[in-house]
Ligand binder design. Structure first.
Ligand code: FUL
Ligand code: CA
Length: 678
């Protein structure tokens, strides 16, 4: 009897007090999409012939023998991903060059034709086994665009691609994500049979999430730098769109569509290096810890998953420069989200839904995003308050919606009690699976989160507060052509940059640089700057930058192109006359000049100057040569070059290239030209 009663009560509470009586809102995620959102962070690996040929897009005509990663160890990749805190690995099984990392029956451009393991290897086999061993999810990228396959461009190719997919998706165990690249840079047009491709995926891997520009599982974020919109809906209008050029506009990809037709959440793809494939040229260009932190907060912190590309090198290993950085990032993230201060708070909420035992205020801070609090039906606003008996100090706020019931929150603000009154510290829009706010270090005894508007009664699964350690940055000082000084390096509120312009060492009392700072040095001067974190307790190193006369009033003789004198090293002046003449607008006592080459010699014709002559003139007619020589090692180390000469009065200068750095180019490039008068 008692047993029956319990059973009855169980059924009863199940029927009344479950998610059932919170009406789902809008497009909803599937179960695999909910599980996918919890992964948050995983690895992308670009690997193939491009790794050996220094290309980003191979043509498919490369000799497969170039592929020979002699020390390949997929367990090292998996171990690295695991230690980095990533939840899976997606590999380029087939990139645009058509090369298959497994011995496909449907191609003659594969590992079987390569030199690696005498053609007997199978990378998908090794990686899927390594992922299993390390408890990681395994995913595959397959490019429909194929520059090798002879059938590409014919209807037959769709059948071949479907068979290729089938081969991969049936042969290597569970696949959590199928990545379909939308890129197609070739002349051959191939109308893809997406319905067929999708049916092959779901037949073999019903739980796989399909990535493309328009899903259906998850969507491209609209850029390759890892940044989702601050407003970011997981819903998207998909009708009439196809992957690739037929995809939705960039803003929709980046921010989703409020009330979009389908649940197609964001995935942010970005590489840890400048390119997607490994190149020895980028060994020293691995993104900095702070760049990666910014990416993490702009992806995982903005309702997106982060797929971070770590290209395997020519030995078949993850390079130590990349793995070191991944471990640094892991360490900082672990330290940042270690101690959830929300657990110590007394939590209250307005508009709490009644008669639903699944809804509890205490669920907001239980560290479990499957338990939740909800507002009453029809109430699309609420205030959640965290009160402390002793003040807390925090700088991170994590919010999560219970997305299985739809994405709802449209607008929210955060206030803290500050000397008896409320001070607003954030005013934001969407939340979704996860929103992380980086706030200035704040000490308070009360935090109030007001949901101002929502599509339906908000259902919140987690509120978490943390005190993350500050990560010191190195300021970058530059000057615009008009003389205004810009200091970069405080991308988050954790860091303040302090500076001086009188040559003294900056300390925590020196003025703080921010976007309102008006430092103008048109006639030159010295700027010193230094970053501080933890309210001045930790200081970075001092960076010094000397400026000479600014170029705002100068003119390039015979050209309106100011890229050589616009104060911006990223804009590059390309001349095919082998020289550039500048009118400095007034006469200076010149003591030398500076030449900033383009950052790298590339295919765009931006070749730097190697041999040079430098001339000055009072009137722009009579020239005298004041310097001649070579910018040694400029090709390999393209940094600013400083040349001094016997002081002389002049108003016009002329830099002549006597030899391009590649020994043959007809045109040379100048990122910036400057003068020395001091
Ligand atoms: C792009 C491709 O063209 C790149 O090579 C890279 O694979 C990137 C992830 O997607 O569309
Ligand atoms: Ca919870």
């Amino acid at each position: 009897m008692k047993k029956n009663w319990l059973l009855f009560a169980g059924l009863f509470s199940c029927a009344v007090a479950s998610a059932q009586d919170i009406k789902p809102y809008g497009a909803l995620p599937t179960k695999p999409q909910v599980a996918w959102a919890d992964l948050e962070y995983y690895m992308f690996i670009h690997f193939g012939p491009n790794t050996f040929t220094n290309k980003e897009w191979g043509h498919g005509d490369e000799d497969p023998k170039v592929f020979n990663p002699k020390h390949l160890d997929a367990r090292q990749w998996a171990r690295t991903a695991k230690l980095a805190g990533m939840k899976g690995i997606v590999i380029t099984a087939k990139h645009h060059d058509g090369f298959c990392l497994w011995p496909s029956k449907y191609s003659t451009h594969t590992v079987r034709e390569s030199a690696w393991k005498d053609g007997k290897g199978d990378i998908l086999k090794e990686l899927s086994a390594a992922c299993k061993e390390y408890g990681l999810k395994f995913g595959v990228y397959l490019s429909p665009w194929d520059r090798n396959h002879p059938a590409y461009g014919t209807a037959e190719y769709n059948q071949i691609f479907a068979k290729t997919l089938n081969e991969v998706l049936s042969g290597y165990g569970p696949v959590f994500e199928q990545w379909f690249d939308g890129a197609n840079g070739g002349n051959i047009k191939q109308p893809y049979d997406w319905d067929l491709f999708h049916s092959v995926v779901y037949k073999n891997q019903p739980n796989a999430v399909i990535f493309s520009d328009v899903g259906p599982g998850c969507r491209w974020v609209g850029n390759e730098n890892g940044y989702a919109g601050t407003t970011n809906w997981s819903t998207l209008n998909v009708k009439g769109f196809t992957p690739g050029v037929g995809g939705p506009d960039t803003k929709s990809l980046n921010e989703g569509n409020e009330d979009g037709e389908k649940w197609v959440p964001t995935e942010c793809d970005v590489s840890i290096r400048p390119g997607w494939f490994y190149s020895p040229d980028t060994d020293d260009k691995v993104k900095s810890l702070n760049q990666l932190l910014d990416i993490y907060y702009a992806s995982v912190g903005r309702n997106g998953n982060l797929i971070l590309n770590v290209p395997v090198d020519r030995d078949g290993l993850i390079h130590p420069n990349d793995s070191t950085r991944l471990m640094e990032l892991r360490q900082v993230l672990d330290a940042s989200f270690k101690d959830n201060l929300a657990r110590q708070a007394k939590v209250t909420a307005t508009n709490t839904r009644s008669n639903n035992t699944a809804v509890k205020v205490s669920n907001l801070t239980d560290g479990n995003n499957k338990t939740y609090w909800a507002a009453s039906e029809g109430k699309n606003d609420a205030v959640i308050t965290l009160t402390y008996s002793k003040p807390v100090t925090f700088n991170r706020l994590v919010l999560q919606e219970f997305i299985a019931l739809g994405q709802r929150v449209k607008a929210f603000k955060v206030e803290v009690l500050d000397n008896g009154s409320l001070k607003e510290v954030a005013n934001e829009t969407t939340i979704g699976h996860k929103r992380i706010l980086r706030l200035p270090l704040t000490t308070t005894s009360q935090i109030r989160i007001s949901i101002l508007d929502a599509k339906a009664a908000p259902v919140i699964s987690e509120i978490q507060l943390f005190k993350a350690p500050g990560v010191i940055t190195t300021p970058e000082i530059s000057r615009q052509e008009g003389g205004k000084v810009i200091i970069n390096g405080a991308s988050s509120p954790d860091v303040t940059i302090h500076y001086t312009t009188d040559g003294t060492e900056p300390d925590f009392q020196s003025p703080v640089y921010n976007w309102n700072s008006n430092i103008s040095l048109p006639r030159g001067g010295t700027v010193k700057a230094r970053a501080y974190v933890d309210q001045g307790k930790t200081a970075g190193k001092v960076v010094t930058k000397d400026f000479d006369i600014a170029s705002g009033t100068w003119k390039v003789v015979g050209s309106t192109n100011r890229k050589a004198i616009d104060g911006n090293v990223e804009s590059v002046y390309v001349t095919d006359k082998n020289e550039i003449q500048i009118d400095l607008a007034e006469t200076f006592n010149l003591k030398g000049f500076t030449y900033t080459p383009p950052e790298s010699d590339d295919h765009g014709g931006t070749i730097s100057i190697y041999g040079y002559e430098f001339y000055v003139s009072k009137d722009g007619e009579q020239w005298s040569k004041v310097a001649t020589g070579q910018f040694a090692n400029i090709k390999n180390n393209p940094v600013i070059q400083t040349v001094k000469f016997q002081a002389t009065d002049a108003r016009y200068i002329k830099l002549v290239s006597t030899a391009p750095s590649d020994g043959k180019s007809k045109s040379v490039a100048i990122a910036e030209l400057g003068i020395l008068t001091r």
